[in-house]
Design a binder for this molecule. Sequence first.
Ligand SMILES: [Zn+2]
Ligand SMILES: [Zn+2]
Length: 111
Amino acid sequence: MAEGMALVKSSTDLQPLCYEHHVLMRPVQILLKGDMYPAPTLAYTCSEPGCLIHYNSPTGYFIIPMPDVTCPHHSLPMYLAEVNPQNRSFRLWRCPQCDAIHTNEESLSGL
Ligand SMILES: [Zn+2]
Ligand SMILES: [Zn+2]
């Protein structure tokens, strides 16, 4: 049996790039909410600080939001609605059911 001949490529051999930052993504174990992925799943994450873009083989590219971003009225996970190119860590989240928004810079909005 020749070694390395008929090996199925494991998904850890992939070297996907972040489609936004064009840098090599690194493999991580993630826990996705929802029925489809009840167990820790291998995915790739961008190495840019604050980048939420992930990739894995059956799903393709996807965004993992911060776990605490939920609508205070509906307890629904909010989606990323706005970013600021001048401030890469800025995120604005919006509820899919109402107009509630959440930013990660709440302290600046209370002037
Ligand atoms: Zn990225
Ligand atoms: Zn809401």
